[in-house]
Design a protein. Sequence first.
Length: 237
Amino acid sequence: MNVNGLGLFYYDWTYLIFMLPCLILSLFCNASVKSNFSKYSQIQNSRRMTGAQAAQQVLSAHGVTGVRIEPVSGNLTDHFDPRTNVIRLSESVYNAATVAAVGVACHEAGHAVQHAEGYVPNKIRSAIVPVANIGSKLSWIVLIIGMLLPVQFNFVITIGIVLFSASVLFTLVTLPVEFNASSRALKTIQSTNMLNESEYAGAKKVLSAAAMTYVAAAATSIAQLLRLLLIFGNRRK
């Protein structure tokens, strides 16, 4: 009983040390995104430009053609689908002429430009999507099985960690892709005078807050991987 109790206490402490700070960071980042998006969704941009129009302007500024812009249901469900070459903008972005709508729409158009120009990190991320999906779905099943098996089957845990590492790699590769899309968006907003100076500052806050959610996701994945390595290392001993 003492051994089991100490084991549970140990695992609880590794979770607190590695995962609790990341959980707090994730909650803060998500709250920041919602707060900034809500704030700047209440501010109309001076040009009365909708999100759909802003996205089209980014595409035109970079000479990108053949990309459709469509509305999609939900809130903050905006995304670019490279499989169909479609930018999908949520209800609060597509027809909204707000500062937040322009920022978000231009960001998604930035992803379309990346795709059209063959941006290398974007290609890498697309290539590892299948492996990352498999890793995220199977890693925990394999790890649990490995922990239940005798120590001579530790290679099963190793397989689980390798699978989980694929999803960690995906979150890391996602960072330059997301930051670059926002950078492209903000530069185009400035060069085409879509927003005035104060409106540009608001759009930048929205995109910066959104970018931090990806930083939090990457930090969480790395912390979880380190925690697994620690647990696995002690099991081997």
